[in-house]
Write a protein that binds this ligand. Structure first.
Ligand code: PAJ
Length: 286
């Protein structure tokens, strides 16, 4: 039976009850507007963990633009219904006042991992993510927590944070779930209008071509990304913000590809910023 709680105290009480009866606690933090990508995290958690806790909280601390925060979809009833169908035991859906009763004086500062890509273009974003994830870990105290590879930089930040702070949780990365045409599922996709939607797939097309180039033996990152950026159609509604090859662990740009790298990109489609990434493995050297 699914339970929905909105206070930290109630959540802690219910988690403690479950821990006594069912063993391990799996945790899937989300901002709601759940789709098949979130569902795959929950299904993975259902297979591995005793019970699954899902948090639904649109975290103001990680938004750099007020309009993005305001426009973020919040279909709570549908989200709870999906969680029920997926066998989630507990949904934690706190208010902003419950999570931040006063303006926080302490934030998790992120080092080099936040210097590039989303960290560069969205100042304070990863500090906001790391801070809320650490708070949620303290509230839920999960044994395992599940994060999507869709947000590869976020996954790297969370992995490193639990290492640096000795947080006793196992982080599990889950592959990106895509629409049939390749577009990575995202809560922001609903903002794309009918004219914008077909344009949005061009980022994944470019990223896949980057991966194919690396696989075929190309090694110069600027040459590869410069070439494949041209796959983004010249359209006034599209603006490629990033197309970079980065190290999978520290997210620093790579100039010459010798080991596996992540090709990461951000594309503005109208007023919506979409991100995606693909892992690239160089051809084995003989
Ligand atoms: P949100 O964007 O709701 O994503 C919640 C989780 O779902 C993240 O781990 C994200 O990587 C994963 N996810 C999103 N789209 C996916 C897809 N297409 N395939 C697989 N996984 C996908 O990420 C956040 O929320 C927040 O930053 C949060 C971690 C909850 C902190 O506020």
């Amino acid at each position: 039976m699914l339970e929905v709680v909105d206070t930290i105290e109630a959540l802690r009480g219910r988690v403690a009850d479950h821990r006594r009866s069912t063993g391990s606690i799996g945790f899937v933090p989300t901002m709601g507007a759940l789709h098949a990508g979130h569902a795959s995290l929950i299904e993975r958690a259902r297979r591995k963990s005793g019970i699954v806790v899902v948090s639904i909280f649109v975290n103001p601390l990680q938004f750099d633009r007020a309009d993005d925060l305001e426009r973020y979809p919040r279909p709570l009833d549908a989200d709870v219904e999906l969680c029920r169908r997926l066998g989630v035991a507990l949904v934690f859906a706190p208010s902003v006042a419950e999570m931040y009763p006063v303006k926080p004086e302490f934030l998790v500062q992120v080092g080099r991992l936040a210097n590039h890509l989303c960290g560069k273009h969205r100042p304070g974003h990863f500090e906001g993510v790391a801070t809320v994830v650490l708070k949620l870990f303290e509230i839920v105290r999960p044994d395992e927590a599940y994060f999507g590879e869709k947000d590869a930089q976020q996954l790297a930040v969370v992995r490193r944070m639990v290492t640096d702070f000795n947080v006793p949780v196992r982080i599990v990365g889950v592959p990106t779930v895509r629409e049939p045409d390749g577009l990575a599922m995202s809560s922001r996709n609903v903002r794309l209008n009918a004219a914008e939607r077909p344009l949005a797939t061009s980022l994944y097309t470019a990223l896949r071509k980057v991966a194919a180039d690396v696989q075929a033996g190309a090694t110069s990152a600027p040459a590869i990304t410069g070439q494949e950026a041209t796959l983004i159609p010249a359209d006034e509604r599209l603006r490629l913000e990033d197309l970079e090859l980065v190290d999978p662990d520290d997210f620093q740009p790579v100039e010459t590809v010798t080991d596996p790298v992540i090709a990461a990109g951000a594309l503005w489609v109208g007023n919506t910023r979409l991100i995606d990434n693909v892992r690239c493995t160089p051809r084995a050297r003989s």
